[in-house]
Design a protein around this ligand. Structure first.
Ligand code: NAP
Length: 320
């Protein structure tokens, strides 16, 4: 993949897409192709087909998706399965039809069974039932993985899937209605600090264990997979991307609280769902292939809070 490669980054305004564009530009890639959701709705097959026929990218990173926390997934179940299914099917079909050399499909760790052995290996895919609260989204992502594998086997394409763990970092969504746990915590502690260290109420029991990867590490990992992992090299053409370490939501809360400088009380609302008890990725495969993350959680949370303070009304909130 040379620096003139015509790389289409789908979803470039999102948490992952923005990090990918930053990373590719930092590595000297200067022929990037991007379109906003308004310019190109990836659920529209005709629009996707016309775009690929006109622009003919050689490489594609599919980081566009309808994404959200437990509440959004459980409420808008039809939107999550339909939109993510359509985006994966439209982009992978058009990529094949227009001879895209390499494609990276991004899924999520929720594709693995709810009660699979931890850490979650790539081979635990489709071996047991999924977590109910985000099953529609997970099914759409599993379909994406199987699209990649099936096109590789029937049409000899050289596409691959990467499954990131929970991500955080600049350009994240801090809107409490749709955000993930880490940005939601950061916003709550920040606003409570401004309100004189008011008590902060967090969802659930605090006991679930979660793994977090900084999105800049993820972008490096994606570039590594796109360069180094080819069809048929690994089972399911699938690679987990994570750091292989997790912590309890309670420990995460204490870390974010300390980073923000909030000195008040933390309360737990056990009436809210905990979700999966533990979700830790097995990263032996990508480590064996030669990649490991570099950003420690304590440093990543600190730099994300710095970004949050700098970028005021990012994604639906005011920081001052
Ligand atoms: N965030 C995480 O913790 C996490 C963890 C594991 C895996 N992932 C995976 O990483 C990928 C990206 O997630 P993210 O966190 O970066 O999500 P995000 O911040 O919500 O970004 C999603 C991007 O997709 C675009 N998009 C959504 N629907 C579209 C459509 N119909 N047509 C064109 N563009 C559309 C969005 O544009 P608009 O904002 O304008 O709609 C946005 O640019 C997803 O595949 C997700 O499964 C994320």
């Amino acid at each position: 993949m040379n620096e003139d490669a015509r790389i289409y980054v789908a979803g470039h305004t999102g948490l992952v897409g923005a990090a990918l564009v930053r990373n590719l530009q930092a590595h000297g890639f200067r022929n990037l192709l991007v379109r906003s959701h308004r310019e190109l709705d990836l659920t529209r097959q005709d629009a996707v087909e016309a775009f690929f026929a006109r622009e003919r990218p050689s490489h594609v990173i599919l980081a566009a998706a309808k994404v959200g926390g437990i509440l959004a997934n459980n409420t808008y179940r039809a939107d999550f399965i339909y939109q993510n299914l359509m985006m994966a099917a439209n982009v992978i079909q058009a990529a094949w039809k227009h001879e895209v050399a390499r494609l990276l499909f991004l899924g999520s760790s929720c594709i693995y069974p709810r009660d699979a052995a931890q850490p979650l290996t790539e081979d635990s895919l489709l071996t047991a039932p999924l977590e109910a609260t985000n099953e529609p989204y997970a099914i759409a992502k599993i379909a994406g993985v199987k699209l990649v594998e099936s096109y590789n086997r029937q049409y000899r394409t050289d596409y691959v899937s990467a499954m990131p763990t929970n991500l955080y970092g600049p350009h994240d969504n801090f809107d409490l209605n749709g955000s993930h746990v880490l940005p939601a915590m950061m916003r709550k502690f920040h606003e409570a600090k401004l309100a004189g260290d008011a008590p902060v109420t967090l969802w659930g029991s605090g006991s679930p264990r979660r793994e977090f990867l900084h999105v800049d590490d993820l972008a490096e990992g994606c570039l590594f997979v796109l360069r180094e992992v080819h069809a048929g090299q690994v089972s399911n053409d699938l690679v987990n991307v994570g750091c292989g370490e997790d912590l309890t939501i309670k420990e995460l809360a204490l870390l974010v609280q300390a980073t923000v400088g909030h000195r008040g009380e933390i309360r737990w609302d056990a009436s809210k769902p905990d979700g999966t008890p533990r979700k830790l990725m097995d990263v032996a495969r990508i480590k064996r292939l030669g990649w490991s993350p570099r950003i420690a959680l304590v440093d990543g949370v600190a730099s994300t809070y710095h970004w949050f303070l700098q970028h005021g009304d990012a994604k639906g909130m005011a920081s001052h």
